[in-house]
Every structure is written in structure tokens, then in C-alpha cells.
Design a protein. Structure first.
Length: 353
């Protein structure tokens, strides 16, 4: 049996590091995992993935891995060595106000560090993952925002996640600019589809299947398949324009329609009534406060309930025209999401059709 010496392994690792020209931050997340798999399936091997921890599946793909934090300047400087292009997906998704400081550090300070390091290292292109919630959210749903829509600061300032992503976009545009440099911002709506093992985006569907949603929110939702979003990120790397934002969404539905489609898919009855928005928010805040006093985990998320009273619709014509964005049928996305959640979180047979 032939053994490989430690020196040989070390030299191989150095050679791989020297070959990597594409950096992906946050590659272990929902969107990142689809992006990496698509790149690898298309034959890309010059990939370096930066994450705070490296899972086995990532090592098995044969890409270079780099364990580090986007908020550490030394880590970012080392991560961008030899890199020409970056997919910046690292982030923290939370509806909790107590996570505001951490989200600001990751989204804003981390992005500043990465952009500064990238510019110094000669990186030419950065594609940044933001969210449609920095642009496309309204109170009434009678307007379908596109990329020219004024930033709805009065609304998004209510939630630290969307506020920090807004500041992230501004920081990226400010720090990564100059001759020969290109920075593109991608704004996907709610990401659905298979593979969300952290439930960062698909928890609302799991809650529906577990009958944890008691009433229909009065707002509306936009969503997009994570696989289609990943494909559009790749298109943006090739032909996205500097300083431009691109909204991505496959459907603009009221929550009544959204839950109705889920009911047909899962055979789980959708809620039959809707609470007035103010009553729903006040009730959720009251329940949450009681559980906090008892040092127990609350069964409701007031922030999520409040957000569901707004309309998150968007117009993705720009991405369709410039990036060739063609999302799959939203019914297919919901079907694949439900199937994945059944198999991985509900024992496979639970809520079977």
C-alpha cells in the first residue's frame, strides 16, 4: 500500500492554493452550496471557499477550503491571495434585534475588509449577495418595485437584518471602485428549494407543514429557487454591470395564495382566517414577552409576523434582460422544497400526500 508523505500533501495543498482564482465566501450556506455545486459540475476546479467551519461535503468536492472569518482582516488578506473574482455570500440571517450588532459586523465591517483586501490584491470582480428587501417592500402592494425604486428606509429600518444589508451595499459600492474594477449586487427574494439544511429561508414552509401557522398574514411574498438564483450569480460574474443591482424573484403572491398552494402540495390545511395586521403584531409581541420573562423560547417571532404584513413584490425584468434570468415554475420550487423538508426534517413519511 502506497502512503503519501506529509510533505507531499503540503506541496499539493500549496499548488492548489496557487491555482485558485475564484473565492466564494459563505459557501457553506443555502445559496452558496448550490453555487459551488453548479460550478464544480461545469468543470470549475480553481475555487477557494472561505467559511468559519468546513463541512465534509465541501472537502469531498475537491475544492480548496479556507477556514476563517470575514470579520478578521488577516483572514481576508490571506483568502484573496491570487484571486481574480469573488462571490461574496457570507452573512447572517436573523430576525432578532439582539443579533443586530453581529449582523452589522458581518455584513458591513466584513464587506469593507473584504473589499479593501480584494482591491489591494488585484481582484477584478466582486458579486455581492444582498436581498430584495433592501429595495422591494411596500405597505400596500399596489406598486411592484424595480431597481429604480427609492430605498424604503422607513420600513426596512424596523428590522436589523435588512438595515445591515442596505449598509452593506453602500459599503461595497464605496470601497470597491476604480478603473478596471467591477462590483455587482444581487438582490434575490426569499430563497426556496432543496438543500436548506439550516432552515435559513425555508422555515416558513416547515412551520406550515407542522401546523404552526394559525392565521394568514395580510401581506404578500416573493420567492425564487436557490438553484436559479445561483445560476444568475454566475451570469452576473460574466456580464453584470458595475454598480448595478439585480432583483431576482419567480413569483409575487399573497400569503393567501402561497399557503393555498402549499395546502394542495402537502395536504395540510391552510389557516382559514386572517387577523388585522396590528392585532397580529401586538398579539405576537405579547406572547413573546411572556416567554422571555419565563426564560423560555417563544413559539412566535414578532419580527417575522410584522414583516408578513408587508408586500415583498418585485419586478425582475432587468435581470431577465441583462443576465438571462429565467426562473423555473414556482410550483416546481415549492414541490422540491416540501419534498426536501419531509425527507430531512419530518421523517420522510410525515404529512405525506
Amino acid at each position: 500500500m502506497t502512503t503519501v508523505s506529509a510533505g507531499t500533501k503540503r506541496r499539493a495543498a500549496i499548488e492548489k492554493r496557487q491555482r485558485a482564482t475564484t473565492l466564494i465566501t459563505g459557501g457553506t450556506g443555502f445559496l452558496g452550496s448550490h453555487l459551488i455545486q453548479q460550478l464544480v459540475e461545469d468543470g470549475s476546479r480553481d475555487i477557494r471557499v472561505m467559511a468559519t467551519s468546513i463541512p465534509d461535503w465541501l472537502v469531498d468536492l475537491g475544492v480548496e477550503t479556507f477556514e476563517g472569518s470575514i470579520t478578521n482582516s488577516e483572514d481576508t488578506k490571506r483568502a484573496v491571495e491570487g484571486i481574480r473574482e469573488i462571490y461574496h455570500l457570507a452573512g447572517k440571517v436573523s430576525r432578532e434585534r439582539s443579533d443586530a450588532k453581529e449582523m452589522y459586523e458581518v455584513h458591513v465591517e466584513g464587506t469593507r475588509l473584504l473589499c479593501d483586501s480584494a482591491k489591494s490584491a488585484g481582484v477584478k470582480t466582486i458579486v455581492v449577495a444582498s436581498t430584495s428587501g433592501t429595495i422591494a417592500v411596500t405597505k400596500e402592494g399596489d406598486v411592484i418595485p424595480d431597481e429604480t425604486f427609492p430605498v424604503p428606509l422607513e420600513i426596512i429600518s424596523r428590522w436589523p437584518y435588512y438595515a445591515s444589508k442596505t449598509y452593506q451595499e453602500a459599503a461595497a459600492l464605496e470601497r470597491f471602485t476604480g478603473k478596471g474594477l467591477r462590483l455587482v449586487i444581487m438582490n434575490p427574494s426569499l430563497l426556496l428549494g432543496p438543500g436548506d439544511d439550516r432552515l435559513s429561508s425555508t422555515k416558513v414552509i416547515l412551520d406550515f407543514m407542522a401546523k404552526k401557522i394559525g392565521a394568514i398574514p395580510t401581506g404578500g411574498v416573493s420567492f425564487v429557487d436557490a438553484r436559479d438564483a445561483a445560476n444568475s450569480f454566475r451570469a452576473a460574474m460574466k456580464k453584470g454591470r458595475h454598480g448595478e443591482r439585480y432583483l431576482l424573484g419567480a413569483a409575487n403572491w399573497t400569503f393567501n395564495k402561497f399557503f393555498g398552494r402549499l395546502e394542495r402540495l402537502t395536504k395540510v390545511s391552510a389557516p382559514r382566517f386572517a387577523l388585522p395586521s396590528r392585532l397580529a403584531i401586538t398579539g405576537a409581541q405579547l406572547v413573546d414577552s411572556f416567554f422571555q420573562q419565563w426564560n423560555m423560547t417563544s413559539p412566535v417571532e414578532p419580527g417575522s409576523i410584522e414583516m408578513a404584513q408587508y408586500f415583498w413584490y418585485l419586478n425582475c425584468a432587468k435581470a431577465a434582460h441583462e443576465l438571462g434570468f429565467r426562473p423555473r415554475d414556482p410550483g416546481e420550487t415549492l414541490h422540491d422544497t416540501v419534498t426536501y423538508l419531509r425527507e430531512h426534517f419530518l421523517g420522510g413519511n410525515a404529512f405525506a400526500k
